[in-house]
Design a protein around this ligand. Structure first.
Ligand code: GLN
Length: 310
């Protein structure tokens, strides 16, 4: 067993970068949000942020892209800080086995979403933020900028507008849950908070750094801030492992073996507890809405290094 310091991470990332080239064309860029359909499929970036502060990158690791559902990890962290375990009265903790934007289970389950990472659950979380903060969008920006150590992070107004114009399913989800009294705020306020965080623009290096608190018992490395306690970090990691890649979570655990969160912008961030956080970006998606080459790259990384939770 080699020690983490002995790995040649630059060479490993370079090798993966070469290996994924043949897969970049195979996925489909998300087009249900038209602004996302404009991003070229040839893009690929990867970043590994170590707990000691080193960050290794390859490819387009400093190109900003739309983080989409990866933002649901930040919003969950903030909502748990606002209302703690009361959140679990309004949202479950089981994998859904359905697509991320599905409506079907809600009818039979009294408007309680299966987990906080499918759209329904993240919309309940957005409702908590809308209720709790005077300026929930600024609170989110402050949180994300501090975690990434990048004050230039913004929400992309074009993407946000595009999401809102084509967000009939999300609007339906909020209305439907409100009919079960599981939404307190005005529907448009919930959607505004949700689209704002889905439209955040970050790059791979930002993303990897920003997830270090989850690899480090809740403590952010560069800001030295205890963001959450170790128990909560453990729980969020467990939710990412079981629900972070939607109805592909089982397969993702099988291949990659890390708590991870994906987004339809083609980003995926994984947590290697006590060691590092790793992110990858490639806009072509598989049929479940996860980055196709991104999944392959993370699979190769954990195979080549043995750095997985299993
Ligand atoms: N904003 C997207 C949506 O609401 C997020 C989905 C995703 O990244 N899986 O559909």
């Amino acid at each position: 067993d080699s020690k983490v310091e002995e790995y040649d991470f630059p060479a490993i990332l370079e090798q993966i970068h070469e290996e994924v080239q043949e897969h970049l064309d195979k996925g489909e860029v998300a087009d249900y949000i038209p602004a996302l359909a404009e991003v070229p499929k040839s893009k690929f970036g990867m970043a590994l942020a170590m707990l000691d502060g080193d960050v290794y990158t390859v490819g387009d690791a400093e190109d900003y892209f739309s983080i989409q559902s990866i933002s649901k990890v930040y919003s969950l962290t903030m909502a748990l800080d606002c209302i703690g375990a009361d959140l679990w009265k309004r949202c479950g903790r089981e994998p859904s086995g359905n697509s991320f934007n599905s409506l079907v289970q809600l009818e039979h389950e009294n408007g309680i979403p299966r987990n906080p990472f499918i759209n329904a659950g993240a919309l309940v979380v957005a409702d908590v933020l809308a209720k709790h903060f005077d300026d929930p969008k600024q609170a989110m920006l402050d949180f994300v900028r501090a975690r990434a150590g990048d004050d230039s992070i913004e929400s992309d107004p074009e993407v946000k507008k595009s999401e809102a114009e084509h967000g009939h399913r999300n609007a339906a989800l909020v209305h439907f849950m409100r009919s079960f009294d599981n939404i307190d705020s005005a529907v448009e306020d919930v959607l505004d908070v949700y689209y704002h965080h889905c439209s955040l623009r970050m790059h791979c290096a930002d993303l990897a750094r920003s997830f270090l608190y989850l690899a480090n018992r809740g403590q952010c490395r560069h800001s030295d801030c205890q963001v959450i306690n170790p128990e909560r970090a453990k729980r969020i990691n467990a939710l990412m492992l079981t629900c972070g890649t939607y109805d592909a979570a089982g397969d993702f655990a099988f291949h990659v073996g890390l708590p991870a969160k994906s987004g339809v912008g083609g980003g995926i961030v994984g947590v290697i507890p006590h060691v590092a956080a790793i992110s990858v970006w490639s806009p072509g998606l598989d049929s479940k809405g996860n980055s196709l080459a991104g999944g392959i790259a993370l699979d190769r990384f954990t195979q080549l290094t043995g750095l997985s939770v299993f």
